[in-house]
Design a protein around this ligand. Structure first.
Ligand code: HXC
Length: 517
């Protein structure tokens, strides 16, 4: 029997009323603020015509406080699967024009449905978060909804990539689901994120503050370290999502999107031989090294504004996707501190979960000395780096550019900590500690008696350096596979990657390790 005209009209009518969100007035209010609607975000994210919506006709279950009979289209969230660059991706987009994007039980059910679908089909999840949090009128049912969502965020962690965009105000529970995902992008000026807003803070602690001070994109990018990217606009946020996805596999059972060419890319880069300053004490920008190592324009830095003494990000070398972890000599001389350890170890664990090979660029004088660091738990935080590398089975290549001192060198992935290939530049100084520090301890008595203390100290330090800090000592003991010219680094990494892409390493079975948190 052909479908009746009435049935078609009924479907069209239902579709139209479900897709209007909170109506033209509320949509206009969003546009005036330079913000997009939930559907406009998905339209921009996905290839046109590829979005399959799940739950367009879902009805909310709020029955109290004036909610009975109220129409909340889609229960304030749009969910479904679409295609990006030919690859399927699941997404949800909260609709602030409907009850402030608040999460009721049906809203949570829709999120759960799409996340379960992502798990079963092994596709990434993108979430546009724009919500006042738990729907107050639904009480504990809304709270339970958040529990279901958080639980799925955790279940999916390490199975499929999860990317959160903070597109508007995200308060309470609306901040915790993103925090459980892999990457968070915030829109400068258009979004904010906090657990307790200024009013609550003032009421409980008496402290006066503003939303900007506790929850802006810039604060989370540079102070709290809660987020990974700042977007300048809605479009920019979508572009960052698409770029990020271009480095990631769909799930933990798939390979990253390497572009393997039949020819090997073996050319030297003579300019690299001049990249270091004359003196080993003069800082340089490690991003200049990364830029020369990667295929043109392929470096995507993660958490650029937080813990700048370590640089992490994705890039491609001869088409192969890699994650970089690099000391940054121009910030705190590249020392590892609490924040750098947290930033580095989380990135290492992401790469490992999704089979992305790691390249470590080392110029590290040590862990940052200081009372604040010790009292703040640098032992625990620095141990995260050791733990993360030690637990990592993806290919790891370590390049020692200059200093590689003590525990901080182990925490940047020495051979013993699991590097598959360690290459040192002739400028590498690999030692248990810096030469100056070592002679101060070993020759304290001598130095106290010396007429020219500074001169004697220099002499002894040079001697120590020649004996212990030269890369040839470590190469002689096989701690370093080879000493190479900086100009050979790109070709040697690309060769190493090619030989390591087939690496398989298994460990004794266990539930999981107990990383120091
Ligand atoms: C129900 C909500 C809501 C909520 C906003 N709205 N938040 N409805 N439950 N949680 C509704 C408003 O009543 C309003 O409805 C519409 O959304 C737009 O809100 P406005 O306040 O007009 O918008 P704006 O001025 O832009 O402020 C946005 C906001 C503010 C900052 C998000 O609404 C706000 O502070 N909301 C409450 C945030 C909060 O405390 N959430 C915590 C919930 S508890 P009308 O009909 O007028 O358009 C929670 C616990 C989970 O999340 C914990 C898990 C760990």
């Amino acid at each position: 029997m052909p479908i009746s005209k009435q049935a078609v009209e009924e479907l069209d009518r239902r579709r139209a009323s479900a897709t209007v969100g909170g109506g033209p007035k509320k949509i206009e209010a969003r546009h005036t603020k330079g913000l997009w609607t939930a559907r406009e975000r998905l339209d921009s994210l996905f290839t046109p015509g590829t979005f399959q919506e799940f739950g367009l006709h879902a009805q909310h279950e709020s029955r109290q406080f004036g909610m009975e009979g109220k129409d909340l289209p889609g229960d304030a969230v749009v969910t479904g699967v679409g295609f990006i660059d030919g690859r399927p991706v699941a997404a949800f987009s909260q609709d602030f024009t409907v009850a402030g994007g608040s999460l009721g039980s049906m809203h949570a059910e829709k999120l759960s449905l799409i996340m379960d679908h992502a798990e079963l089909s092994g596709v990434p999840v993108i979430g546009f978060n724009d919500s006042g949090g738990a729907r107050i009128q639904e009480g504990v049912s809304a709270l339970s909804g958040y529990g279901q969502v958080f639980n799925r965020n955790v279940r999916l962690s390490g199975v499929v990539p999860q990317i959160a965009v903070i597109s508007g105000p995200c308060a309470g529970g609306a901040a915790y689901s993103p925090a459980l995902m892999d990457f968070i992008i915030m829109i400068r000026g258009g979004s904010e994120m906090f657990i307790c807003g200024p009013e609550v803070i003032r009421g409980v602690t008496g402290q006066a503050t503003s939303k900007d001070e506790i929850g802006s994109a810039d604060v989370h990018a540079s102070v709290s370290g809660n987020i990974h990217f700042v977007a300048d606009s809605e479009q920019d946020a979508v572009d960052i999502v698409r770029r990020l996805l271009s480095y990631l596999p769909a799930n933990n059972m798939s390979e990253p999107p390497h572009v393997i060419t039949p020819e090997l890319d073996l050319g030297d880069d003579p300019g690299m031989d001049d990249i270091l300053p004359e003196s080993g004490k003069v800082p340089f920008d490690v991003k200049d090294v990364i830029t020369r190592l990667v295929d043109p324009d392929s470096f995507l830095e993660v958490q650029r504004d937080f813990a700048k003494n370590i640089v992490v990000g994705f890039g491609r070398i001869a088409g192969m996707v890699v994650g970089f972890i690099a000391n940054q000599p121009k910030e705190m001389a590249g020392c590892l501190d609490i924040d750098a350890s947290d930033k580095g170890s989380r990135f290492i664990r992401f790469c490992n979960a999704f089979g992305i090979p790691i390249v470590n660029l080392v110029d590290v004088p040590g862990f940052l000395p200081g009372v604040r660091q010790e009292r703040g738990g640098i032992i625990r935080h620095g141990a995260k780096m050791l733990f993360a590398y030690g637990a990592t089975t993806v290919p790891k290549i370590t390049i020692i550019m200059r200093k590689a001192y003590g525990g901080a060198f182990l925490a940047m992935c020495s051979r013993d900590m699991g590097a598959d290939i360690v290459l040192a530049w002739p400028t590498a100084e690999i030692a248990v500690m810096g030469a100056e520090g070592a002679v101060n301890i070993l020759y304290r008595g001598d130095l106290e008696k010396a007429e020219d203390r500074a001169g004697r100290s220099r002499e002894l330090a040079d001697e120590y350096r020649a004996h212990f800090a030269s890369p040839y000592i470590s190469a002689g003991k096989l701690f370093v596979h080879d000493v190479i010219k900086p100009s050979e680094t790109r070709s040697r990494i690309s060769l190493a990657l090619r030989t390591l892409l087939t690496k398989r390493e298994t460990r004794p079975p266990k539930k999981h390790g107990n990383i120091p948190l």
